[in-house]
Design a protein. Sequence first.
Length: 336
Amino acid sequence: MQQVADRAGVSIATVSFVVNGTKYVTPATTARVRTAMRELKFRGNVVARALASRRTRIIALLFPTTGNRFSPTTSEFFMSAAERASERGYHLVLWPVDPAGDDLDDLVSGGLVDGVILMEVRMDDPRVAVLSALEVPFTLIGRTRDSADLPFVDIDFETTIEHSVDHLESLGHRRLALVLEDLGGTPMAGYAPHIRTESTFRSTVAERGLAGTVVYAGTGSEGGQTAAADILVADPDVTAVLVMKDDAAGGLLVGLYAAGRSVPDDVSVLSIASSARNADQHHPRLDTMIAPSVELGTRAADALIDQLDGGPDELPHFLLPCTLRRAESTAVAPLR
């Protein structure tokens, strides 16, 4: 460390601050120290530092091992959380875990990580109970049925659906459908975003005197095509569809076209809790309620690291709705 300090023209303490991320150092000074470290082939030893401090400065983002659940939207959560962790002197790793949480004890008890961020939360999620029992610091991206005593950041699905219906109703649509992923009989049954979305959709259309149909799609394009057929059987006069399943959106469009319905002239389609990147892959480009993935990933990392670094005592409870991005897939409702 003295050699690094001499070459960079700084004190040993400054080298320590850069290596451990324990105190702010200007970007210019940090660059000099890191250049000196590279030239001298000086590397921090994570294991040695963990033994000395009893902290690894590693946090894990827990993701369920079941099914293909890693979408462009979830990757934005992960990347933004990883970037914030790095800014605050931590490393973030993506850690697949069993949906039941049976393998969490090995991860936490082995001292591999200082804390965890839990994604893809169910209404009654056994992993939350396991983490609480292990007394490991954690934060949720999502909410359980009762999250009053849990730290969380989440999409405000209730407000998002209300705003989605506002948009479609303003275009004259009165017969709506909602497409959700079919999770029945899988370990992800009880997935909180779906339950909150469906409940809000049903109550909102009922309160406004609108017609509302809910269908459940299987995986991929085929699932979307089947969902389109199911919607038209349930309500042949439907004029607007909300879809909250990225991999089925393309199939939904194909299914509507195959049934002789043009988008958006005959049926408007609005993608829910997705990304602009996903929306622009379709023809027509999808109007989308854009998920606030980057901000929520950043806030989740902050919420956990604040716990680890002795930040504010109050639990973070942060909700952020999706925002509408207009494109080409919604239009004024056709006259009947």
